[in-house]
Design a protein. Sequence first.
Length: 322
Amino acid sequence: MSNVFDFPSLVWDAPIALYLFLLGISAGAVTITILLKRSGIAGENPAENAVLRCNAWLAPTTIIIGLLLLIFHLTKPWTFWYLMFNYHRTSIMSVGVMLFQLYMLFLIIWLAIIFKNNLFLFLYRFFPNVAKLTIKIIDLAAKFTNLIEIITLLLSIALGAYTGFLLSALISYPMLNSPVLPVLFLVSGTSSGITALIFCTLLFSKEKSATSSISIAFLHKYENPLVFAEIFLLFAFFFGLYLGGGQKTVAFYTALSGGFWASVFWIGVVGLGIIIPLLLNMIIKDETKHSKGFMLLHSGLGLLGVLCLRFFILYAGQMTLV
């Protein structure tokens, strides 16, 4: 089993797969919650909405954990700060750092505007000297809420696509050097953000089902369309490899024809992540389909499928060189 996780052509390993998975969840969760808020479903006081409250800790936490995984995976983790302040426009990693910084800045501002009252109570209790000044700054930012939301939305979409661009920049690996990969990672990342939000909202709030919560119903209606989009993109991705000739065709057969990572794809990605959730939606009665237990199972399978996809693409993609 050790050779499937450690082979001569391997450059990026498991922590990078987890990093890409967590970034996708954060970007996807922010994308859908901004759309939820702008739809008006969240109500006049979005701070009381269970999905938005869940996103307030889910989106920042997942991206911070992902970044920490990346930092401590480096050969010299304590020099990571150098990347934060020295930019190179030709470096895909440097572009990612800039994108991450902008994304975190606007995400924090957006969340601060929504949860201004909660933030004020916290600051007033522990940091009374800075509470009033902070609220004044937030009030000023709130005047540009619409612009901030649009920028945050665009940055979250860019971050979701970046997880695919990061791998497609590895031109020595024909399977990874595909223009479909950024779109595939964007769609699957958005799907994982939605399923993670549904899972966490049902688990850690008073919301019980899609029938009793219009916010969860809003998220739930995007699940199947994203799954079908993911199926199409997976087909386009592998069909492009098959017709690519040379090492691209070799990569196609190496990834899918047998072995451990082919099993991860067919069982984990296709079986658990796509076919079983779709079949369950078809055969389960509506009253059961929208129950808390079923939705937790459905969301868990969706997250597992996306996680398997990240590992499969990363590892199988590095098994064939140009």
